[in-house]
Design a protein around this ligand. Structure first.
Ligand SMILES: Cc1cc2nc3c(=O)[nH]c(=O)nc-3n(C[C@H](O)[C@H](O)[C@H](O)COP(=O)(O)OP(=O)(O)OC[C@H]3O[C@@H](n4cnc5c(N)ncnc54)[C@H](O)[C@@H]3O)c2cc1C
Ligand code: HEM
Length: 410
């Protein structure tokens, strides 16, 4: 166990590091990518570029280290981080690299305050966190490799079907190139796609699985990230998938990971409320399909917010499900035609998904909530649910980016 002295030193220096988070982050990445270019492909370049609003790795480690005396806070974060690391195939040998570069950066930021005792304490705190993560990641790798149809690392998958779901979202149906069966996964989880990068290396992105488990394919549904004015270039991987990956082409996948999922073995009466905005429908769709199969008597409310019908994915599929399942209530909300006052017409309305809308559909607030979408949607829903006093165990969400970006923006 970590010593009182180490905890005291880490806690007293953490605020200084947090205050200089940007310098720490900049120094850390510059140093690590220069000294250890082999770890660069693990990192999403867009997250680095967007840096300002996102708390980067060094900063996150410092924040978690400051909680080493509060393992409960750490506990819930460990699963999220370990699943993310496992999805990107981060291994024990990478930890000393990050550790050495982190300590050098801490030394740089603290200047004269970086005594041997301080650096030693931070080394011990880092090692403590690293051991917890390495241990959990080892279990995830083993579980993913040993389950029927499972594998370790990246494996080629063949596109067996490619289907346009809306003007900017396309589904890819992927089967193992060696014809092997597919593993079970939990509805809500994501896989990792690895493709060649423009610099000659490789780059990885996570994509939620949008179909239910047990199919003859793993399906991902990808939104084309278009360029916005001169400042934001078009998304690299999403455009590559849309434009250059067709039927019979292969792409590499790492196994399903993630701690956002519906436990279909849980049988209780509470309503299930599924909220999606934009392409955030992908994990929610998998959850919806799985819930309808596993929980035929549970009331399910599904609300999907989109800019307009043109960009909305899966509407036809959901309409068919709503016809077939009397326990499912569906509502679509469009933000494009925003008008003063909300008009509601049958199962659609205009505006954003907000608390009054959700409340008008749920039989009672005491429900299990699953949601995924862009940042403002996530922050809004999360705060409304907290205000309603919904216990955290009933609030589940996926965010298509680092969780700290959400926390910071909130
Ligand atoms: C758990 C998880 C699940 C996900 N599931 C899905 C899913 O089901 N479907 C889906 O479509 N996506 C999903 N994503 C998002 C996906 O991983 C990718 O982030 C997304 O496809 C964009 O990748 P890209 O390579 O096209 O864009 P990138 O090239 O990574 O760019 C991303 C954004 O950053 C901007 N950008 C890039 N470079 C710069 C720069 N130099 N300066 C300023 N801005 C820049 C781009 O304009 C773009 O808007 C998921 C993400 C996570 C973490
Ligand atoms: C004690 C050590 C570590 C801690 C506490 C830690 C913490 C975190 C956290 C909090 C996230 C964000 C998770 C999310 O919200 O999605 C993250 C992501 C990530 N971590 Fe770690 N990490 C550690 C070690 C490492 C190591 C050794 C590597 C190896 C290179 C690594 C690489 C990454 C990458 C690539 C991401 C995704 C970031 C992105 O693509 O933007 N981490 N880590």
């Amino acid at each position: 166990m970590i010593s009182e002295n180490t905890i005291a030193i880490v806690k007293s220096t953490a605020p200084i590091l947090a205050e200089h988070g940007e310098t720490l982050t900049r120094h850390f990445y510059q140093r690590m990518f220069t000294h250890n270019p082999e770890v660069a492909p693990f990192f999403n370049p867009a997250n680095q570029k967007a840096g300002k609003q996102q708390r980067a790795l060094a900063d996150a480690i410092v924040a978690y280290a400051a909680n080493i005396d509060n393992l409960e806070v750490l506990g819930s974060a460990v699963e999220l981080i370990a699943q993310k690391h496992a999805s990107l195939l981060i291994k024990p040998e990478h930890y000393p690299i990050v550790g050495a570069n982190l300590l050098a950066s801490i030394r740089e930021v603290l200047g004269e305050g970086a005594t041997d005792a301080v650096i030693e304490a931070w080394g011990e705190a880092y090692g403590f966190l690293a051991d917890i993560l390495i241990g959990r990641e080892k279990q995830i790798y083993e579980e993913n490799a040993q389950k029927p149809g499972g594998w370790e690392g990246f494996k080629p998958f063949r596109v067996v079907r490619k289907e346009k779901e809306s003007s900017n979202i396309t589904s890819f149906y992927l089967a193992s190139a060696d014809g092997a069966p597919l593993p079970a996964f939990k509805p809500g989880q994501y896989i990792t796609v690895r493709v060649a990068a423009p610099d000659g290396g490789t780059t990885m992105r996570n994509y939620s699985l949008s179909d239910k488990p047990g199919q003859e394919w793993l399906r991902i549904s990808v939104k084309r990230e278009v360029a916005a004015e001169a400042v934001t270039p078009a998304g690299y991987v999403s455009n590559l998938l849309h434009d250059a990956v067709g039927i019979n082409d292969t792409i590499e996948l790492a196994p399903p990971c993630g701690e956002f999922f519906l436990d279909t073995s849980e049988q209780h009466e509470r309503p299930l409320v599924l909220l999606a905005a934009g392409v955030g429908i992908t994990p929610i769709m998998s959850i919806l399909l799985s819930a309808l199969e596993a929980m035929p008597n549970r009331p399910i409310v599904f609300i999907h917010g989109s800019l307009n019908k043109g960009v909305q994915a899966f509407r036809k599929t959901v309409d068919v499900l709503a016809e077939a399942h009397s326990n499912l209530t569906v509502h679509y909300r469009y933000s494009d035609a925003l008008q003063p006052g909300i008009t509601r017409e049958g199962s659609t309305s205009t505006g954003f998904i907000d608390a009054p809308l959700i409340e008008s559909f749920v039989p009672s607030r005491d429900a299990d909530y699953y949601f995924c979408g862009p940042q403002p949607f996530m922050i809004g829903i999360y705060h409304e649910l907290l205000k309603w006093g919904i216990p955290p165990a009933q609030v589940h969400f996926e965010f298509f980016g680092p969780r700290q970006a959400l926390e910071k923006a909130a």
